[in-house]
Design a protein around this ligand. Structure first.
Ligand SMILES: Cc1cc2nc3c(=O)[nH]c(=O)nc-3n(C[C@H](O)[C@H](O)[C@H](O)COP(=O)(O)OP(=O)(O)OC[C@H]3O[C@@H](n4cnc5c(N)ncnc54)[C@H](O)[C@@H]3O)c2cc1C
Length: 480
């Protein structure tokens, strides 16, 4: 039995008729935009497909058992609880009607519309498999809480299976971990999987020695951490090799399946690496909402699906629509948290100027990005930091990384518990979040099956009236 659908979110419809700002996404861009509007004379509706604000830079620590999900993904509703002009709505936006200034979203089988006067779109990016989406089943990426929990269970599951298997070749396959993509996420994952195998799991198995696990970091590019330059890339590479990580560069992945991964080397030869656990951290594709916007306006997208925005982050001919963060393309700015944070705050500030001070969109100053530098950890006590011309690697860089990441975590309590978890980990290599379940490993396949069955049912039934139950992108694959 299905419940009646609603056409309009009551909160938005019944709110006093002030200027209505709708924000899509509760990541860095969306959340900081909402908070910047806290004292403004506007009504803010923040809608996202997840109920939390995810601190993506620490996802790899959830995947490798250092931090809990709650520490890096607090509920958005609670973060904005005291911001009286803000309403948080859980929903998957699947239509933006630019002419009608309205979005449509689904929360499970309930469809609803929300109207806006200003729209900030901060829906981020997904993992890109460069046209080979079928790789995802065997090599999950790391973009969501679900991804991190699935990867944690896959990694730990490989050690468990290796402990009980007699076949030597299969044991080697189970103890081979391949990470595709030598950017910051790949480097961080490779370092952590190696530490997990060599330190945390030491002496806890009876038939296998976890330290014999092979950790391979491979990339089609010729360098590790290309955006950090040669010096820091080499420092990260040397540190990883000291930890026993095998680095394979100029290696192009041509296939991924249950048994392993197929790689093409520069001389054109193709080889296989037998590996049970494959992790994908190469490439991103902007949210499909970008294309939805460009289909209705004069804006265009780049190859990664990012929207080419005006200097004020708005769309040509639509000053009321801002696109910020990983979804937007401007002056080759990187897809990092600071670009999203500063973009979200900038968009909010323009709205305040125009609503409260009578400013006009034609007078907006261009968005200026202030580069605060980039950083990545390689292992415990070792990181790389690039701030303009300053390049630091090793322990000092790691301390800087620690301070910055603590500062940007949302909520005092989360900072305290994260500090405690890090303290335990540093002191005794302890990881308190090594729980793993079968469900976390197989949920993706179950969701795909449910989505396929539901779409079969939908396509065989008569056209549904507007606002009636439909399969949402979330149901079709992900809920996080
Ligand atoms: C593993 C990892 C590590 C990273 N490490 C670093 C780092 O160390 N330093 C750094 O600066 N950056 C790092 N980044 C990049 C950084 O996290 C992103 O640049 C930043 O999160 C972008 O913010 P955003 O607001 O554009 O998108 P996101 O933070 O991705 O937020 C997107 C939001 O939109 C919502 N959403 C998406 N589609 C829909 C829809 N259809 N309907 C409703 N809601 C939707 C999502 O649920 C989410 O709330 C990392 C990213 C990853 C994945």
């Amino acid at each position: 039995m299905t419940e009646p659908a609603i056409d309009q979110v009551p909160v938005a419809a019944s709110a006093p008729r002030r200027h209505r700002v709708v924000i899509i996404g509760s990541g860095f861009g969306g959340l900081f935009a909402a908070q910047r509007l806290a004292k403004a004379d506007v009504d803010v509706t923040l809608i996202a497909r997840t109920g939390h604000h995810l601190f993506q830079p620490l996802l790899y620590q959830v995947a490798t058992g250092i931090l809990s999900v709650g520490e890096i993904a607090p509920p958005t509703r609670l973060i904005l609880r005291d911001q009286k002009n803000a309403t948080v709505v859980l929903g998957d936006v699947n239509q933006i009607d630019v002419a009608a200034k309205r979005i449509h979203a689904d929360a499970g089988h309930i469809g609803f519309d929300i109207e806006y006067d200003s729209l900030i779109v901060a829906a981020g990016a997904n993992q890109s498999y460069f046209g080979n989406d079928h790789f995802e089943r065997w090599a999950p990426g790391m973009k969501t809480v679900d991804d991190a929990l699935e990867l944690r269970s896959r990694i730990l599951g490989c050690f468990e299976q290796a402990e009980v298997i007699d076949d030597e070749e299969e044991r080697k396959r189970l103890l081979t971990f391949v990470i595709v993509g030598a950017g910051p996420t790949g480097v961080e994952m490779a370092g952590q999987v190696a530490e997990l195998a060599q330190h945390t799991l030491k002496d806890s198995f009876r038939r296998i020695d976890p330290a014999t696990a092979r950790v391979i970091l491979l990339d089609a590019a010729p360098a590790v951490l290309p955006p950090f330059g040669n010096k820091l890339g080499n420092a990260a590479r040397v540190r990883l090799e000291q930890m026993g990580v095998e680095i394979q560069l100029n290696a192009m992945v041509t296939n991924v399946d249950y048994n392993g991964i197929e790689v093409k080397d520069p001389d054109g030869s193709v080889r296989r690496i037998a590996a049970s656990c494959k992790i994908w951290s190469a490439g991103v594709q902007a949210s499909p909402l970008g294309r939805m916007l460009t289909d209705q306006t004069d804006a265009e997208t780049d190859r990664a699906g990012r929207v080419l925005v005006n200097k004020d982050l708005s769309l040509p001919g639509h000053p009321e629509i801002f696109v910020v963060g990983d979804m937007m393309s401007l002056d080759n700015l990187p897809g990092v948290a600071q670009v999203a944070i500063q973009g979200g705050k900038y968009a909010a500030k323009q709205i305040i100027n125009e609503v409260e001070k009578g400013g006009s969109s034609a007078q907006r100053p261009p968005f200026k990005y202030f580069d605060k530098g980039s950083m990545a950890t390689v292992s415990r006590y070792s990181a790389v930091v690039k701030m303009g011309k300053i390049e630091i690697s090793g322990f000092i860089a790691w301390v800087m990384w620690l301070i910055v990441h603590l500062a940007y975590l949302i909520g005092f309590k989360n900072r305290v518990t994260t500090m405690f978890s890090w303290g335990m980990h540093m002191g005794g290599e302890h990881r308190s979040q090594l729980t793993s379940t079968k469900q976390w490993v197989y949920a993706r396949q179950a969701l795909e099956q449910v989505a396929a069955e539901r779409s079969k049912v939908d396509s065989s039934s008569a056209p549904q009236p507007s606002g009636s139950p439909s399969v949402t992108p979330a149901e079709a694959g992900r809920t996080n």
